[in-house]
Every structure is written in C-alpha cells, then in structure tokens.
Design a protein around this ligand. Structure first.
Ligand SMILES: [Zn+2]
Length: 107
C-alpha cells in the first residue's frame, strides 16, 4: 500500500505509523466529565467503508497526516496534513528564504 505524503510524495506503508482514529473528539483538557473521557478513550466506530485515520510519516518527514482509507478495500481516497495547510505553506515559505549572508558580506 502506498500513502501519498503531502511533502514527500508516494511512499510505502512501512514508512508510516498509524496514529489512530480521526473520528474522535478529545474533551477539553480541563474537562472532568468522566463519560466524555470514557467515550474518547474506549469507544470506537467500526466503519465498513471510508474511514478517517491519523498517520505519521515516521520514516520520512515526520509530519502527521489525515488519511481517508476504505476499511473494505484499503483504497485511499484522500491525504492531507492533519493540522491543515497553514503550516505547510509556512514551511514552503521558509525554504524560499535566501541563504544567510556570508560573514564578509556583513561588514
Ligand atoms: Zn513525508
């Protein structure tokens, strides 16, 4: 199975680590609602079909990605960065910055 990393392109599954179900909503850190925490930690949806999952490109750029994968066919419908496009565009802009000036250029 290949996963198309937004930064690195198509890579083998062996480079990725499964990071969990993306359907769940974490309660607020300050929440003391035991039922909400119990549901977050233990309850899972057993979807037959497209299912959103978090993966990390642990053998590559280490970015966390959101993968929409069919649990029936393992076909991947979409891949995006887990935290959205803001960080991706910011990282691209950093790469475009000119190289630091050499010591003799500063004087
Ligand atoms: Zn990557």
């Amino acid at each position: 199975m290949l996963i198309n990393c937004p930064y690195c392109g198509p890579r083998d599954l062996s480079e990725f680590t499964y990071r969990g179900d993306a359907n769940r909503t974490r309660p607020a850190d300050t929440s003391t609602d035991q039922a909400a925490w119990n549901a977050y930690v233990y309850e899972r949806v057993n979807t037959a079909g497209d299912h959103p999952e978090y993966w990390q490109h642990s053998g590559g750029c280490r970015s966390h990605i959101l993968v929409m994968r069919s649990t029936l066919t393992h076909e991947i419908a979409s891949v995006s960065l887990a935290r959205g496009q803001k960080k991706a565009s910011a990282r691209r802009q950093q790469k475009k910055r000119p190289a630091r000036r050499r010591q003799e250029d500063r004087t």
